[in-house]
Design a protein. Structure first.
Length: 281
């Protein structure tokens, strides 16, 4: 079974994502099996079940701490309530060559090893839990400092094991990954404009119908859904960080109809733009 491409969208203005995820249950792998360009650190506070990483299937329990590399397919299935803290970052979230600095050799090695999936235990796990709590509590520079404290801890630890074999590699065609990235880059650069499925299809030399199937197969979403997610993500940041009116933000985000904007905002973020802004104020 091919993993689904998951697009990570963060509604806050920050360089990496940290969030708490809670689910009543997730019994089916078809709903869990996915991959994304972001490196992921996942700590399970509550739950147990099966953890799928690459070509490995393992039991996982409360206190499970794993680091999963870029594009490594993974998923957690459980019949119970699941509470996890998830930290996600792109390799280049601080610049293309940031981790090439000699002082960061150990962290770069950690990131490279995470392509096989890493599970941490012992004192490392206990210390990491405290740092993860600090990441969730703080903002701005302090939050970034705690992230590096976490990466330093993990990179210097011997209390870990790899999850899947070196020989494992995703069966997703690298060309398809590249084309998917091209499409998402196009959307990210042009979502404020009036773009269509035809505009995006031309970027990767597909017909409209072939492009529709390509996007649906790899994201389980329609092109308009992905486009609206980018637009609502942009709008949410404007609501938090500017004094622009909701109508101004609507048009600045690429929407041409205010009622449609309000409806899509509520569909994606589960509140109206005015309520969303009031919560942050």
């Amino acid at each position: 079974m091919k993993p689904d491409y998951e697009q990570i969208i963060d509604t806050k203005q920050r360089s990496f994502t940290s969030k708490k995820v809670k689910r009543k249950n997730r019994p089916l792998l078809t709903a869990a099996w996915h991959f994304h360009p972001e490196i992921e650190i996942c700590f399970t506070q509550k739950s147990n079940g099966k953890r799928y990483v690459g070509n490995n299937i393992s039991d996982y329990y409360e206190g499970d701490l794993v680091m999963l590399g870029s594009h490594l397919p993974h998923g957690f299935t459980t019949l119970e309530v699941c509470k996890q803290t998830v930290i996600q970052m792109r390799y280049d979230f601080l610049g293309n060559h940031f981790f090439d600095q000699p002082e960061l050799y150990q962290i770069k090695k950690l990131i490279s090893n995470s392509k096989m999936g890493l599970q941490f235990f012992g004192h490392t796990n206990i210390k990491a839990q405290k740092i993860i709590k600090s990441i969730m509590k703080h903002h701005g520079m302090q939050r970034l400092i705690y992230l590096f404290e976490l990466l330093m801890l993990l990179s210097n630890s011997a209390e870990f094991k790899t999850i899947c074999s070196k020989e494992y590699s995703t069966n997703i065609n690298p060309d398809q990954l590249s084309r998917m990235k091209t499409v998402l880059n196009f959307i990210e650069s042009n979502f404020q404009e009036d773009i269509s499925i035809s505009d995006a299809a031309k970027i990767i030399n597909l017909t409209d119908s072939a492009f529709y199937k390509f996007i649906k197969r790899h994201t389980k979403k329609r092109f308009t859904e992905i486009l609206n997610e980018y637009r609502i993500n942009h709008a949410s940041k404007k609501l938090i960080n500017t004094q622009m009116t909701i109508a101004e933000i609507c048009f600045d985000s690429g929407f041409s109809n205010l009622s449609y904007f309000n409806r899509k905002f509520k569909d994606i973020l589960k509140s109206s733009p005015s309520v969303f802004r009031a919560q942050y104020q």
